[in-house]
Design a protein around this ligand. Structure first.
Ligand code: HEC
Ligand code: HEC
Ligand code: HEC
Ligand code: HEC
Ligand code: HEC
Length: 384
C-alpha cells in the first residue's frame, strides 16, 4: 500500500481502517455485504459538473450497454462454469461486484458500471495479484488529486495513484487472459513509447483539466478546474482525428493509372493506434472521385491487431478474444510517433476528378454490423 496523506491526519485513517475491516479481497467478496458503495447520484448532489461528464462516458454504461449484455450472454452460454465466466467479465465492467458479490448485475450500484465511488476508494493497484489488481477500501475516505480538499460529507485523501499513475487505469485496460495472451495491451504499448519519460500518463490525455467547478456553488472549492471525466477514446471521431495525421507523399500520374504514396502518422495517440480491443481497426482507403463523391477503384490497407485461437484461426467476437485467444497474429497498428508510407497503384478512369485518401475508424464490437466513421480525407484535384 502506498502512503496516503490525509487532510484529517493519519489517525483518522487508522481508526477508519479498523472500523470498516480494512482491505477487501476476492475472498471477502464471497460474503455479500449491505451497501459498501454510494451511488453516483449521491455524489452528484455536490459534484454536479463532474457527474454530468461521467454520465456521458463509456464508464457509466459499461455494465448496461446492450452490446455488453449481449456479449456477456454469448460468453456465458454453453460454458461449463457459467458463474466463473460471468465473474470474469463483470469484475471489470461493474467492479463494485468485487465487494458486493453481485455478479448477476441485480443491484443499482452494479449497473452504474465503473462508478465514482469505486475509483475514488481504490487505495492501491498491484498487477501481480492473482485475482484482481485492486486494493479496495470502500468507505468514508475519498481519494483524489487535490491536496487541500475539505468536504462536509466525506473524508479526503491525496492520492498519487489518481493524480499521476497509469495504474488506476491499466488495472482494467491491460489484461492477460487464461491462455497468457494480452487481450488488452494498452499499458505495455504506452510504456514502450516516448510518453512515460515526458510524464504523460493516461489521465493527461484522457482526463485533461478543463474549466469547471469541482463542487456546486456554496461549497468550498479549492480549484477552478476539473479533470474531464468523459474519458473519450475511439468512440469520438474528433479524438481519433487529433491523434493521427494523413497526407499525400509522392504522386506520379500515368496514362491509365497513378502511383500514389500516402503517409499515415500516429502523432498524438499515447499507445498503438487504434488502441483497445482487437475489434477496432483503422482503414486507409485510396481511390478516385469522378464527381459523385463516391470512392471508385477503392483500395484498402487495414491497421489492426489480430488474435488467434489454439488452431490458429483469427477470432472476431469480443467474448472469443477474452476466452479463446491463444496467440497474437499480425499486428499492423501504427505505433506511437510512427509514420507509415503506403504505396498504391490507382486505376484512373477517363472522367476522374480527384485522387482521394480517406482514413476511417471501424468498430466491429458487433461483428455482424461494424460501424465505420470517417476520420479525415485528403484530395488531389485533377489539373492541379
Ligand atoms: C455534500 C457535498 C458532497 C458530496 C455529497 C460528495 N462530495 Fe466529494 N467533495 C466535496 C467537497 C466540498 C470537496 C472539496 C472540493 C475542492 O476542494 O475543490 C470534495 C472533494 C472530493 C474529492 C477530491 C479528494 C482529493 O483529495 O482529491 C473526491 C475524490 C470526491 N470528493 C469524491 C466524492 C464521491 C465519490 C462522492 C460520492 C460518493 C462525493 N465526493 C460526494 C463535497 C461533496
Ligand atoms: C474498473 C475498470 C476500469 C477502470 C479502473 C478504468 N476503466 Fe476505462 N473502461 C473500462 C471499461 C469496461 C470500458 C468499456 C465500457 C464500454 O464501452 O462498455 C472502458 C472504457 C474506456 C474508454 C472509452 C473507450 C472508447 O471507445 O471511447 C476510455 C478512453 C477509458 N476507458 C480510459 C480510462 C482511463 C484513462 C482510466 C484511468 C483514469 C480508466 N479508463 C479506468 C474499465 C475501466
Ligand atoms: C475511472 C475512474 C474514475 C471514475 C469512474 C471517476 N473518477 Fe473522479 N477522478 C479520477 C481520477 C484519476 C482523477 C484525477 C485525475 C488527475 O489528477 O489527472 C479524478 C478526479 C476527481 C476529483 C477532483 C477534482 C478534479 O476534477 O480533478 C473529483 C472531485 C472527482 N474525481 C469526483 C468524481 C465523481 C463525483 C465521479 C462520478 C460522477 C467520478 N469522480 C468518477 C478517476 C475517476
Ligand atoms: C498522448 C496522449 C495519450 C496517452 C498518454 C494515452 N492515450 Fe489513449 N488515446 C489517445 C487518443 C488520441 C485516442 C484515440 C485514437 C484511438 O482510438 O486509438 C486514444 C484511445 C484510447 C482508447 C480507446 C481505443 C479505441 O479505439 O476504442 C482507450 C481505451 C485508451 N486510449 C486508453 C488509454 C490508457 C489506459 C492510457 C494509459 C496507459 C492511454 N490511453 C494513454 C491518446 C492518448
Ligand atoms: C480486464 C478488464 C476487462 C475484462 C476482464 C473484460 N472486459 Fe470487456 N472491455 C474492457 C475494456 C477496457 C473495454 C473498452 C474498449 C477497448 O479498450 O477497446 C471493454 C469493452 C468491451 C465491449 C465493447 C464495448 C461495449 O460495451 O459494447 C464488450 C462487448 C465487452 N467488453 C465484453 C466483455 C465480455 C463478454 C467479457 C468477458 C468474457 C469482458 N468484456 C471482459 C475491459 C474488460
Amino acid at each position: 500500500m502506498k502512503p496516503i496523506v490525509t487532510r484529517r491526519g493519519s489517525l483518522a485513517v487508522l481508526v477508519l481502517v479498523v472500523v470498516t475491516g480494512a482491505v477487501w479481497t476476492r475472498s471477502d467478496a464471497a460474503s455479500p455485504v449491505a451497501e459498501p458503495y454510494s451511488s453516483a447520484r449521491d455524489c452528484a448532489r455536490c459534484h454536479q459538473t463532474i457527474h454530468k461528464y461521467w454520465s456521458e462516458s463509456e464508464h457509466s454504461r459499461s455494465a448496461t450497454s446492450p452490446s455488453f449484455r449481449a456479449a456477456l450472454d454469448a460468453a456465458v452460454e454453453g460454458t461449463p462454469d457459467r458463474s466463473a465466466v460471468q465473474r470474469n467479465c463483470v469484475w471489470c465492467h461493474a467492479p463494485t461486484a468485487l465487494v458486493t458479490g453481485d455478479y448477476s448485475l441485480q443491484r443499482p450500484i452494479t449497473r452504474e458500471g465503473v462508478s465514482c465511488d469505486f475509483c475514488h476508494t481504490v487505495a492501491d493497484v498491484d498487477l501481480s495479484r492473482p485475482d484482481h489488481p485492486f486494493e479496495l477500501q470502500p468507505g468514508k475516505v475519498k481519494r483524489g488529486p487535490l491536496e487541500y480538499a475539505k468536504s462536509p460529507y466525506h473524508e479526503t485523501a491525496y492520492s498519487a495513484l489518481h493524480k499521476a499513475s497509469p495504474l488506476i487505469c491499466i488495472a482494467c485496460h491491460e489484461y492477460k487472459n487464461a491462455g497468457g495472451v494480452k487481450v488488452l495491451s494498452t499499458y505495455s504499448e504506452w510504456a514502450s513509447g516516448p510518453y512515460p519519460v515526458r510524464g504523460q500518463t493516461c489521465q493527461e490525455c484522457h482526463m485533461p483539466l478543463v474549466p469547471g467547478n469541482t463542487v456546486s456553488e456554496g461549497l468550498e472549492s479549492t480549484q477552478r478546474r476539473i479533470n474531464l471525466h468523459r474519458l473519450v477514446g475511439g468512440s469520438a471521431a474528433s479524438r481519433v482525428r487529433g491523434g493521427l495525421d494523413l497526407r499525400f507523399g509522392s504522386l506520379a500520374l500515368g496514362a491509365a493509372s497513378a502511383e500514389v504514396e500516402v503517409v499515415v502518422a500516429n502523432t498524438g495517440v499515447g499507445h498503438a493506434a487504434p488502441g483497445g480491443l482487437s475489434s477496432k481497426s483503422l482503414v486507409l482507403a485510396v481511390g478516385v472521385d469522378t464527381g459523385s463523391g463516391e470512392l471508385i477503384h477503392r483500395l484498402e490497407k487495414v491497421y489492426r491487431r489480430e488474435l488467434k485461437d489454439s488452431d490458429g484461426h483469427a477470432l472476431v467476437t469480443i467474448p472469443d478474444f477474452f476466452l479463446k485467444a491463444a496467440s497474437v497474429g499480425e499486428d499492423t497498428r501504427i505505433k506511437q510517433k510512427e509514420s507509415r508510407n503506403e504505396h498504391f497503384t490507382v486505376p484512373l478512369p477517363e472522367n476522374w476528378k480527384a485522387i482521394v485518401a480517406r482514413l476511417e475508424y471501424r468498430d466491429a464490437s458487433d461483428p455482424k454490423s461494424p460501424k465505420t466513421t470517417l476520420i479525415s480525407e485528403q484530395r488531389r484535384e485533377r489539373g492541379r
